[in-house]
Design a protein around this ligand. Structure first.
Ligand SMILES: [Mg+2]
Length: 446
């Protein structure tokens, strides 16, 4: 270890000799970060835990208007124009709008019809998920150059626990700046970066100076940072709770912090202490690198409600292909399949089933989702469908020592078929090749 530590101080080297159980060998600086991390954890006793939480250094990275920025990168002539990415049908919603479009009041999750009224001159673009995934992989490779502890929240957003990497890179602010620069070098895109000693503050910090922000909230500056913010910035305070707080005269996080917690109980019930801690900027949740995703899903709202069983199944197959491809790209497997159906009367049902083992094969996930859909269809034979979606939960790493590795459902034939299709799709862009049934729906869309 002495040798590793001494060499860790020298930040210019890209690889270092380190002591293993079998003598000296070579390892990358990523290995050294992992080693520091493991050693740090194993020697910690319970009494040191509080101190360790306080000493944590967390970086939150969020790409600026990600989908829209990728479109501007690929079509530079769009750069200074309003660009809106999302569903283009009559029931589509905005996924991302660039900053030139936000000036017109456009924001994500807004109905596309409203966006078109507010900003008719904008460029409207259908999302190209495989392109965004490709760029996302580059962004996440930057993260892993700085720490093995990366918790992805979406394609363009992640928490990094860099506590074990501080010496290697010279401090949290250096890491934040270098992450930003390296993302720009490898993608040409800007990110907003927030730094703090916990996840809650780091996330607020990355949002504080968007776009292209870089904000560090030092431990001594927490109240100065939080106090002026409206209470709605706290996670979990929504449209229903905020008016109750207003009635108590509490508008800002600072007012909430100074308020006696007993006054908050009628509003928050048993969550009063939790919100009081948040208003003080306290949050002890760990960055969970072992769970990059809790679920992966796709859904589509049809332009006109659909009755035809074949078309609905074709859509489910297309979604199963997309979901399973995303699982495979991230080396994940799933245990539970979920199907979501919204009917013409806006009633939404979800049906889910856990499999006897893990899978990431298109065929297996499609078979499961088809069975779930058919069981709903049996009871609703004449109901038109407005939206259909499928997703997976219960995710595990494919190569981990956990259950997924030794307990997979898919045959080797299914796996090699999937691999071939993935390679073709990777090479020729998004979804150039489909299973026969899914083609039926793609033709219809054109
Ligand atoms: Mg973002």
């Amino acid at each position: 270890m002495v040798q590793v530590q001494a060499l860790v101080e020298d930040r210019k080297l890209l690889s270092y000799p380190c002591a293993t159980g079998f003598g000296i060998s070579w390892c990358s600086h990523t290995d050294i970060m992992k080693l520091n991390h493991a050693v740090g954890k194993s020697i910690m006793n319970a009494g040191q835990k509080t101190a360790q939480i306080a000493a944590r250094k967390i970086v939150h990275v969020d790409m600026d208007a990600f989908y829209a920025s990728v479109e501007c990168l690929d079509q530079p002539e769009l750069k200074d124009q309003p660009v809106i990415v999302g569903g283009l049908g009559p029931r589509g919603v905005v996924a991302t709008a660039n900053y030139a479009a936000r000036v017109f009041g456009i924001h994500s999750a807004m109905p596309m019809s409203r966006a078109r009224r507010l900003c008719p001159q904008a460029q409207y673009i259908r999302p190209r998920m495989s392109r965004y995934q490709e760029i996302s992989a580059r962004i996440f490779s930057v993260f892993r150059d700085f720490t093995p502890t990366v918790e992805g929240l979406s394609l363009d957003e992640a928490f990094l626990d860099v506590t074990s990497s501080l010496k290697l890179f010279g401090g949290i602010e250096e890491i934040g700046l270098q992450v930003k620069q390296e993302i720009f070098n490898r993608t040409g895109l800007t990110a907003s970066v927030g730094m703090a000693h916990n996840k809650f503050l780091a996330k607020l910090a990355s949002d504080a100076h968007k776009p292209n922000g870089l904000v560090y909230v030092r431990p001594g500056e927490v109240f100065r940072f939080l106090d002026p913010m409206p209470v709605s910035r706290l996670w979990g305070i929504g449209k229903r709770t905020a008016p109750k707080l207003t009635a108590l005269g509490i508008l800002t996080i600072g007012q909430l912090r100074r308020c006696d917690v007993s006054l908050l109980r009628p509003v928050f019930g048993n969550r009063a202490d939790h919100f009081h801690l948040l208003s003080r900027g306290e949050d002890d949740r760990e960055v969970q690198s072992w769970r990059p995703d809790k679920s992966i899903s796709h859904e589509v709202t049809f332009d006109t409600d659909l009755m035809d069983r074949g078309e609905l199944l074709a859509e489910l197959l297309r979604q199963s292909e997309k979901v399973s491809r995303r699982l495979r790209a991230r080396e994940l497997m799933a245990r539970t399949v979920v199907v979501k159906i919204r009917d013409a009367g806006f009633r939404t049902v979800t049906r889910s089933r856990s499999m006897r083992a893990y899978s990431n094969s298109t065929r297996t996930l499609y078979r499961m989702s088809r069975a779930l859909f058919e069981s709903w269809r049996d009871q609703h034979r004449t109901t038109p469908v407005r939206l259909i979606g499928m997703g997976v939960t219960g995710l595990e790493h494919e190569n981990s020592d956990g259950k997924a590795a030794g307990d997979r459902l898919d045959s080797s034939t299914e796996r090699s078929l999937d691999q071939v299709l993935d390679r073709i799709n990777q090479r020729y862009g998004d979804a150039k090749i489909f299973h026969g049934l899914a083609l039926r729906r793609n033709k219809k869309e054109r």
